[in-house]
Write a protein that binds this ligand. Structure first.
Ligand SMILES: [Zn+2]
Ligand SMILES: [Zn+2]
Length: 312
C-alpha cells in the first residue's frame, strides 16, 4: 500500500509531466486515436506509457489484480485520461466476488482478463458471468485448449460449447480472447495446435457466435488475434466488415518500446513469429490495410469506449 506522503510525491511529479504527455495523444500514424483494451499493468509508473507512445496508442485499458487500485490510481494521476482499469481476481477462491465488487466500487470498468484452469461453462466462471451482468461491466476471458509449453495446462476450456453461456447470460457482455477463441474462426479447428495456419474454412464457431449473439465481442489482441487475421486476406476483410461493431483492438504486447524490443509474447514459444515485433503495431497495420477509415475508427476507438463505458 502506498502511504499518503508517497502518493503526494507521485501526484506532484505527475502534475509536472502532464504538459508533456498531453501533446502526444492526438498525433497518430494510424489515422486517428487508438484505444488498446488489452494492456497488462507493467512495473513502474512509466512503462505502460512508453509502450503506448512507441506504437501510437492513445489510451489503454490496464488489466491488473483487483487489489492493484493504488498503482492504477497513481498512473491515472500521472497521466490523466490515458488509462481505464479492468480488474481480475482468483475466481477459484471464495472471496473473488467480494474482491471484484470492491474493484468496481474503486473505479474498475471491466473484469479481466480472467485466465484460469477451469471450464468455460464451469461454476467458477459462471459466478463471474452473473456478477458482471449485475455490476454492468464487460468480462474478458482467455480461452485456450492447447498448452504453449509442457506443464502450462489449459484455460477456460470448451469454447465450442459456449453458445449455451451466451444464451444463459444475455445481459453479460462477454469479450472473447486468446488461442481457442481465434482458432475457432475456422470451421476445421480440431484443438491440435495453438495457432493454426492456412486459409480459413468458412463457418467457424467464433464467426457464428459473433453473428448470432449480441452479447459477444472479440478482443483482437495477442498473437492469437494477429494470427487469425493473417491467414486469409479475403476472409479478414470480410470478417472485419461483418463484425465491425463487435471487434475491438487490443495488443496484449509485452515488448518494451512499442517497436518490438524485449519480448512481445512472453512465456509462449509457439508465438515465435512475433519475436522482435510489437504486436500492437503488427495488428494495427493489418486492421488499417483491410478496413475503410470509418470501420478502423470503430475497431480502434468507438467500440471499446462503448463497451467499457469510457468518456471520449
Ligand atoms: Zn490472455
Ligand atoms: Zn509492443
Amino acid at each position: 500500500m502506498m502511504n499518503r506522503r508517497a502518493f503526494l510525491t507521485v501526484t506532484a511529479w505527475a502534475t509536472a509531466s502532464v504538459t508533456l504527455s498531453a501533446q502526444s495523444p492526438t498525433s497518430s500514424e494510424w489515422g486517428g486515436p487508438v484505444l488498446d483494451i488489452h494492456s497488462h499493468l507493467r512495473q513502474g509508473l512509466d512503462a505502460n506509457i512508453t509502450h503506448m507512445e512507441g506504437c501510437g496508442v492513445t489510451k489503454a485499458v490496464l488489466l491488473t489484480r483487483g487489489t492493484a487500485v493504488e498503482q492504477v490510481k497513481a498512473i491515472q494521476a500521472k497521466y490523466p485520461n490515458r488509462f481505464i482499469w479492468s480488474a481480475s481476481a482468483d475466481i477459484t477462491k471464495p472471496d473473488a466476488v467480494e474482491v471484484l465488487t470492491k474493484a468496481v466500487k474503486d473505479g474498475a470498468q471491466g473484469f479481466g482478463e480472467l485466465k484460469f484452469h477451469v471450464e468455460a461453462d464451469g461454476p467458477e466462471l459462471q459466478r463471474m458471468y452473473s456478477l458482471a451482468a449485475e455490476l454492468n461491466v464487460p468480462i474478458l476471458v482467455h480461452f485456450q485448449e492447447v498448452p504453449h509449453f509442457e506443464g502450462e495446462g489449459v484455460w477456460a476450456t470448451g469454447f465450442k460449447r459456449f453458445a449455451a453461456m451466451l444464451k444463459k447470460y444475455p445481459k453479460t457482455k462477454f469479450i472473447g480472447h486468446a488461442d481457442a477463441f481465434w482458432a475457432n474462426v475456422s470451421a476445421d479447428y480440431a484443438e491440435k495446435e495453438s495457432y493454426p495456419a492456412g486459409p480459413i474454412k468458412r463457418g467457424g464457431v467464433t464467426d457464428k457466435l459473433l453473428a448470432d449473439y449480441p452479447n459477444l465481442f472479440g478482443d483482437l489482441s495477442a498473437n492469437s488475434g494477429n494470427n487469425a487475421l493473417s491467414r486469409d486476406a479475403e476472409f479478414t476483410a470480410d470478417f472485419l466488415a461483418r463484425h465491425q461493431n463487435k471487434l475491438i483492438f487490443g495488443s496484449d504486447c509485452s515488448c518494451s518500446d512499442g517497436h518490438g524490443a524485449g519480448t512481445s509474447q512472453s512465456n509462449n514459444p509457439p508465438a515465435a513469429r512475433m519475436n522482435g515485433k510489437c504486436v500492437a503495431r503488427e495488428t494495427l497495420t493489418i486492421l488499417k490495410r483491410h478496413t475503410k477509415p470509418a470501420v478502423l475508427r470503430k475497431l480502434t476507438w468507438d467500440n471499446g469506449h462503448k463497451l467499457f463505458k469510457i468518456n471520449a
